[in-house]
Ligand binder design. Structure first.
Ligand code: NAD
Ligand code: TYD
Length: 355
């Protein structure tokens, strides 16, 4: 079996659902259930014994050790994190606690366990750390895309905390021989993404007739990957990645934010019709830019393609269409995640800060 952390979040719940469509191997899912964790995403697994959910913190060293000793997983996949750049600007502390201290304590617990294994189990064991392309910082317009050897130059408290966690994971490989793998993936989108990130925020605001807040001129570029492609890449890295190695994962889909927002407006009109007295495009509102905003991310995904024979299955056009349709079909999910705490966040981030 495997131990997955953060498996009730956006990528985590897609990963769990995708995993069981491919294999019956048990997942122990350790998640703290912060605002971003949502067991409703996994309701279809309620009666499924292959999925064992445990509410807990990766920074709780004793609890993590107990779990590892009890279940003896063959691999740990660490997805638990605070993941939203804007939240890291307004309150970096939890990012340091979970992304850095939490990853450190998880590594300690895993290392202690790994030392007790026999030689062959030690060799087979994997610690897969799920990270982001944001650790590499911002690219100029014509600069080549990020390769695995690109210098780390994170800009936000979020990306700095992820960069720190990557360094710790590498150190546990170099110093102690722990068989680690690190993946640095581009921006994901798809079902179950919390509506604080660009794509679900724009879809849900448009459907509610609310402004579509584009930071600055909207010309910043992100490289988008449909979430199930990220999941298949992670499975492949776990299966065949070389311990100590890093793999960049991306979809070769660089798009300026404003183009993403316009595409969403057009798809909403096509799939659900226009509002009666205005166009979704009229809702686009340019607001104050994010401090330290990275202007461009782009992933060079040739290594994972060459070495592990992995390629994305979706294009941006197919992925964004599926995503918009999913949000149209799951408006109750959106209503349920927009709790009081969500409203407070939206108020804080988009009022004084950005008007
Ligand atoms: P998310 O915010 O949707 O989910 C994070 C999950 O981690 C939540 O379920 C939350 O409850 C859980 N969690 C938070 N702190 C925890 C703790 N201390 N202990 C245990 N669980 C905790 O994030 P996501 O978008 O699904 O991202 C998952 C991982 O992938 C993160 O490590 C992120 O850095 C990385 N990543 C995300 C993207 C992206 O575009 N979303 C891209 C590349 C990499
Ligand atoms: P986001 O989804 O927060 O991901 P990240 O910052 O990790 O790349 O943002 C994606 C891009 O969209 C980023 O350039 C910031 C921009 N953005 C907006 O213009 N408006 C918004 O309301 C949000 C949330 C993001």
């Amino acid at each position: 079996m495997i131990l997955l952390t953060g498996g009730a979040g956006f990528i985590g719940s897609n990963f769990v659902l995708d995993w069981f469509s491919q294999t019956d191997e048990t997942i122990i899912n350790l998640d703290k259930l912060t605002y971003a964790g949502n067991l409703q995403n996994l309701v279809s697994l309620n009666e499924d014994t292959r999925h064992v959910f445990v509410q807990g913190d990766i920074g709780d060293r004793e609890r993590v050790s107990e779990l590892i000793v009890q279940y003896r997983p063959r691999a740990v996949i660490n997805m638990a994190a605070e993941s939203h750049v804007d939240r890291s600007i307004l309150g970096p502390e939890t990012f340091i606690q979970t992304n850095i201290v939490g990853t450190f304590r998880l590594l300690e617990a895993v290392h202690d366990y790994w030392k007790t294994l026999d030689a062959s189990s030690k060799k087979e064991f994997r610690f897969l750390h799920v990270s982001t392309d944001e650790v590499y910082g911002s690219l100029n317009k014509n600069a080549p895309a990020f390769t695995e050897t690109h210098r780390y130059q994170p800009s936000s408290p979020y990306s700095a905390s992820k960069a720190s966690s990557d360094h710790l994971v590498n150190a546990y490989h170099r110093t102690f021989g722990l068989p680690t793998l690190i993946t640095n993936c581009s921006n994901n989108y798809g079902p179950y993404q919390f509506p604080e990130k660009l794509i679900p925020l724009m879809i849900t605001n448009a459907l509610a007739g609310k402004p579509l807040p584009v930071y600055g001129d909207g010309k910043q570029i992100r490289d988008w990957l449909y979430v199930t492609d990220h999941c298949s890449a992670l499975r492949r890295v776990l299966e065949a990645g070389e311990p100590g190695d890093i793999y960049n994962i991306g979809g070769w889909n660089e798009k300026p934010n404003i183009e993403i927002v316009r595409t969403i407006c057009a798809l909403l009109e096509e799939l659900s019709g226009s509002p009666s007295n205005y166009s979704y495009l009229d809702l686009i509102t340019h607001v104050k830019d994010r401090p330290g905003h990275d202007t461009r991310y782009a992933i060079d995904a040739r290594k994972i393609e060459r070495v592990l024979n992995w390629k994305p299955g979706e294009t941006f056009e197919t992925g964004i269409r599926k995503t918009v349709q999913w949000y149209l079909d799951h408006q109750e999910w959106v209503t349920n995640v927009k709790t009081g705490a969500y409203r407070e966040w939206i108020e804080k981030n988009y009022s004084e800060q950005r008007s």
